[in-house]
Each structure stands twice: as C-alpha cells, then as structure tokens.
Design a protein around this ligand. Structure first.
Ligand code: ZN
Length: 90
C-alpha cells in the first residue's frame, strides 16, 4: 500500500478545492502526520504563487494547465522533477 502516492495524486485537486468532499478528511489527516506530502503541497503552493505573480506580465494561454499537468505527473512519480520545470512554461 502506498498512501503517499495516493495522496500525491489527489493533492492538486485538494489544493484547488476540487476534491470530492468525502476524500478531504483523508488527505487532511494524512498531511498531519506525513511531512513529505505536506512538503509536496507547500511546493505546489510556491509554484502557484510564482505563476500568479508572473501573470500581470502576460502568460501564454494554457500555461496553468500545462504546469498543473506537469506537477501532477511529478507528484504521481510518473515524471522526474528535472531542472527543466520551466519547459512546461515555454
Ligand atoms: Zn504521505
């Protein structure tokens, strides 16, 4: 059983408030005792903050979707977090 993987896959929706209500307590509880998943959530927060700050200077359409997809894959362990995080923002 890999709880962290399960949580990671739901973390983006959780943060965006798109997670099914019934699943939220499970995520919240897990975050209370799992620092690494909390780190993932915080990391995602930071990425979103940066993107929001960049917005006024003009973001290409669809960039948020691409970055979210990238983050989703990284969090799900399908994609290594390379130093080319910027590549999804080109
Ligand atoms: Zn965890």
């Amino acid at each position: 059983m890999n709880l962290c993987r399960e949580v990671a896959e739901k973390l983006l929706k959780f943060r965006d408030g798109e997670l099914a209500e019934i699943e939220e307590p499970f995520i919240r509880e897990h975050l209370q005792y799992c620092p690494s998943c909390l780190d993932l959530l915080n990391g995602y927060d930071e990425v979103c903050d940066v993107l929001h700050r960049l917005k006024p200077v003009g973001m290409p359409p669809g960039i948020m979707d691409r970055c979210k997809e990238k983050m989703r894959r990284v969090l799900a362990g399908e994609d290594p977090l390379e130093d080319d995080l910027g590549s999804c923002c080109e």
